[in-house]
Design a protein around this ligand. Structure first.
Ligand code: GUN
Ligand code: FE
Length: 444
């Protein structure tokens, strides 16, 4: 699978905003990993006749195929994948203590780490995730194995070594000085890879696991190295109670992070199920993004996240699978659950809260890219952006979608293809995956 300059001819879809999805037929040129030109089918014929594409491979999509931007997973825990689909019988804090910390403790074993991470990265690529924002474990070298897997399989990735300095039963934490030293070392080592697809993220687990001193030191590292910072906020009611008890000088969960200088426009907070109006204002003012993780919010019975309220408050939102609190490693699943949860909130009396499939498409692509500060590079099929994209075949071999070519009374055929993929599709329909023009999956 080599890098190639390609002209795709056929249907493509790309979000412009939460409300606007572009769906067009025409051509799209990929040159040196970037989208260099787009146009109509007529323009394609003219350019082709004039020889403009003589050095390009021309790919004519068939009538069940389309191109779309790759999925962006704004929040997932790579070391938790061996627990996926298991142990979802406890609420958050008990679940962490009983299942999650004991598993994550094992990633000092580099052989174990590299074998798990290699599968995780490949699984996400199979599922069409071209960019992932990962939590690793507490281990510096273990988490570097995750970076190596992402580099090997050519996925775009933001990678964080998890920081914790407060005691827990699993003994899964570091003392503060060691932790601060290791995080800086980790950031430097990721930067030393000099791989433009990979970046370090400073990753305090959450305020239950970190004191103010550690949080402030981590904010300082993020600032000095100009990198992103990610954590969890207000996921579960017992967690919030615990944090408020632990930090009596802070007026809210958000205030704990704000007092530590964590909140800024390079910060991604997962969950945010129970933000107060003041916290919504705080996150919005500071430019913090939210990673919405509907699967895990439901599976751990954490709550129903009012995404619409955040979007209306100008908070950037992307989607996260949050494995293994989430039981599914695909952004397609996160899209469907974001539609479901928002609809349930609307059914409970919150007017206009529901997100439709085009809004979910936006959150899964451009919204996620914005949340990770990558929207000048990826997230949509605009000229000048890197070609991080999926070739979808709605009626691929062995697909779960049957070809009822009539499209009933639901109308437009092209929109119908997109909807069927969003509602019914899976990895069998994701026949090719590209990151920066490199083909990293091909089952066509
Ligand atoms: N809060 C702190 N750590 C975690 C984690 O690993 N998963 C989830 N869902 N929430 C967390
Ligand atoms: Fe999480």
């Amino acid at each position: 699978m080599s890098d190639q300059n390609i002209v795709f001819v056929g249907l493509w879809a790309s979000a412009k905003s939460l409300k606007e999805l572009s769906v067009r037929r025409g051509f799209l040129v990929v040159e040196n990993g970037k989208i260099s030109k787009k146009g109509t089918s007529n323009e394609f014929e003219t350019l082709k006749k004039s020889g403009s594409f003589s050095k390009f491979k021309i790919v004519h999509l068939n009538d069940s195929q389309f191109i779309m931007p790759g999925f962006v997973d704004c929040h997932t825990h790579a070391p938790q994948f061996p627990n996926i689909g298991l142990g979802l019988d406890r609420p958050l804090l008990e679940w962490l203590a009983k299942y999650t910390f004991p598993l994550e403790s094992r990633y000092g074993d580099l052989e174990f780490a590299s074998s798990v991470y290699d599968k995780v990265v490949q699984r996400l690529i199979t599922n069409g995730t071209t960019t992932a924002c990962y939590f690793g474990s507490l281990h510096l070298d273990g988490t570097l194995e995750l970076a190596k897997s992402a580099i090997k399989h050519r996925q775009r990735a933001l990678i964080g070594k998890v920081s914790m300095n407060l005691e827990n039963d699993a003994g899964y934490y570091n003392d503060t000085a060691k932790e601060v030293h290791e995080v800086e070392d980790f950031v430097k080592k990721i930067l030393e890879f000099k791989n433009e697809l990979i970046q370090p993220v400073v990753t305090p687990r959450f305020a239950v696991s970190c004191d103010l001193e550690l949080l402030a030191s981590l904010a300082d590292i993020a600032k000095r190295y100009d990198c992103r910072i990610q954590s969890h906020i207000s996921e579960n009611l017992s967690e919030i109670d615990y944090v408020l008890q632990q930090f009596p000088s802070c007026k809210s969960y958000g205030d704990v992070y704000d007092k530590s200088n964590i909140l800024n426009n390079k910060c991604i907070m997962a969950h945010a199920v129970y933000l107060t109006d003041d916290e919504i204002k705080l996150l919005s003012t500071r430019g913090v993004s939210v990673a919405h993780c509907p699967a895990s919010n439901t599976r751990l019975k954490s709550g129903l996240c009012p995404v619409r309220k955040y979007l209306d408050s100008d908070i950037t939102v992307g989607l996260g699978t949050d494995v293994a609190g989430g039981d599914n490693a695909t952004i397609l699943d996160a899209m469907r659950r974001s539609m479901d949860v928002s609809t349930h909130l609307e059914l409970k009396g919150n007017e206009n809260y529901s997100l439709d499939w085009t809004a979910a498409f936006y959150l899964a692509t451009l919204g996620g890219a914005k949340a990770l500060g990558l929207d000048s590079k990826i997230g949509s099929l605009d000229e000048g952006k890197d070609f991080d994209a999926l070739l979808i075949d709605v009626y691929a071999n062995n697909s779960a979608i049957d070809n009822h070519e009539t499209y009933g009374s639901a109308g437009d055929r092209d929109l119908g293809l997109l909807q069927r993929f969003v509602y019914l599709g899976d990895d069998r329909n994701i026949v090719q995956v590209y990151v920066k023009g490199n083909k990293i999956k091909d089952i066509l």
